[in-house]
Design a protein around this ligand. Structure first.
Ligand code: MN
Length: 255
């Protein structure tokens, strides 16, 4: 058996299914989706349901699941919760939640409630031992006090920091890589900022357009930029990066 991680699928069920074939994913294997399964692409709700229905798969909450949970009615009613602050940020064009919300509304009341119960029970940070390594899976930023806690057990501010703050971000959303280097007992697996973006922006790497993990020391980012969708000119390598944790071998899957 092997253990895999993938991140930021952003509604692209077809890429996910092709990836499972590529890695020959079987009943004895395990897979962790490190947040942002939904939005921008068309099949976010189907992706959530697929992960939920497979006992050997799990989802960690990303900022897009957090936005969804902040917007939908908490009892699964086919409406959204009363407008509070910027809770409608999910539907802004840049976040791509509209397609996800319309698919969500097509579910039955029971399906919506089941999905919300499951999402509320998902973790933000998960520690997974594979071979000699302890992996810490988290969408973007590490907080020791949130280890192993479910979404419903954490306050909004803590969740916001874990799923949004990025060592590659700027201003209030920026953070230091010290948080990862200070915890060498873990190999961190994150997403949230596309590896192509990080290579270009941070490293000014002219060969930035590669669908492979961005890594230093004990840190791996595996966001392959599904969020940007298929590239019609065929120049950008957007897609998903499946990472096998047993040997840190990457399996790129183009959109
Ligand atoms: Mn994200």
């Amino acid at each position: 058996m092997a253990v895999y991680a993938v991140s930021d699928l952003h509604g692209y069920l077809d890429v996910f299914l092709r990836g499972l074939k590529e890695i020959e994913f079987g009943d004895d294997d395990e897979l962790y989706v490190v947040g942002d399964a939904i939005d921008r692409g068309p099949d976010g709700i189907a992706l959530l349901q697929y992960i939920k229905e497979h006992e050997n798969m799990d989802l960690l909450i990303g900022n897009h699941e957090d936005m969804m949970l902040g917007y939908v009615h908490p009892d699964g009613l086919p409406e959204h919760r009363a407008y509070v602050g910027d809770s409608n940020i999910w539907l802004h064009a840049q976040n791509g939640g509209e397609e996800t919300f319309s698919r969500y509304l097509e579910l039955t009341d029971d399906e919506r409630r089941g999905l919300l119960t499951w999402l509320n029970g998902r973790k933000l940070i998960k520690i997974v031992q594979v071979g000699d390594r302890q992996f810490c899976l988290v969408h973007s930023y590490y907080r020791e006090d949130a280890e192993g806690k479910a979404y419903s057990e954490l306050d909004m501010k803590t969740v916001f920091e874990i799923v949004n703050r990025s060592i590659f971000g700027e201003g209030a959303e920026g953070g230091s890589d010290f948080i990862f280097r200070a915890n060498p007992q873990y190999t961190f697996i994150t997403g949230h900022r596309p590896v192509q973006y990080v290579r270009r922006k941070i490293d000014q790497d002219p060969d930035y357009n590669r669908l492979e993990p961005y890594t230093f020391d004990n840190f791996y980012n595996i966001d392959g930029r599904c969020a940007y969708g298929p590239d019609e000119r065929g120049e950008l390598q957007n897609g998903a990066i499946f990472l096998r944790l047993d040997d840190l071998k990457a399996f790129p899957v183009r959109l």
